[in-house]
Design a protein around this ligand. Sequence first.
Ligand SMILES: C[S@@+](CC[C@H](N)C(=O)[O-])C[C@H]1O[C@@H](n2cnc3c(N)ncnc32)[C@H](O)[C@@H]1O
Length: 281
Amino acid sequence: MNYNQILKEGKNFLKASNIKNPNLDTELILTKVINKKREEILLNGNNKLNNTDLLKFKNYLFRRYNKEPMAYILGYKHFWKHKFLTNKSVLIPRPDTELIVEETLKHLPIDMSKKILDIGTGSGCIVISLITERPKCTATAIDISIKALNVAKTNAKLHHLENKINFINIDIDKYKSYNYDLIVSNPPYVNSIELNRLDDDIKFHEPKLALSGGSDGLRDIKKVIFKSNKLLKINGKLIIEIGYKQKNQCIKILNENKYYINKISKDLSGKDRCIVSTKLQ
Ligand SMILES: C[S@@+](CC[C@H](N)C(=O)[O-])C[C@H]1O[C@@H](n2cnc3c(N)ncnc32)[C@H](O)[C@@H]1O
């Protein structure tokens, strides 16, 4: 079979499973199999695929048919200015999460050396993006999942930052090091009802540990807010990603815990997504 025939059959196969972008996904899968750019495939449609590659192609296509996200099949996802390795142990970095990076950078002057903590680092996308932009800062990144932490460490190595970020496999409840200038976190914040309504791609493939914030979605946000109060310096910043319906509850919890709300930022779809706050006492 040549590339054109394979792409046509692949697209039709994915369409049958209601995949949103069957053309693009099929093309990207073929790029992975033959390790060539999309343009090359489209320009050389009559080239033939050997049997070993055809088998690989079918295997990946079948995974996509079963709604496995492209980032797991391809093994990477672009975030901020970089490429991050991804596998089923980590949440796939989301474009909305770039908002945390953008807001955090505003509180990290380029020539200053600040001490940062990333709670629930996952793939490491937030902390690695921050440290590449602010090389004078030092960071610790924690995650309760050892598998996620291993992905974050590999990503740090790929970005030559393994000596600048300290990765620790620990539950936020047990973490005791303090004196941070700034804490960032994208904690799990999906509530039990919304968890069941998520797209199949997410619901059946991304780690529950990274998504589920308990019955009201606030379980881990609360942990981050309480704990950060102990870990931050006075006037230190806490910058968290929240679910778009959680703004009022989060402001209340922050105020009750003596944080000043600096800013609430909206994501790409205009939804409240990120709160910047300051620990007052
Ligand atoms: C929503 S994901 C965020 C991943 C990454 N920071 C990002 O923005 O793409 C939340 C992460 O928090 C971790 N996590 C969940 N509960 C935790 C806990 N109690 N202590 C530390 N990490 C936790 C999960 O393993 C997961 O990697």
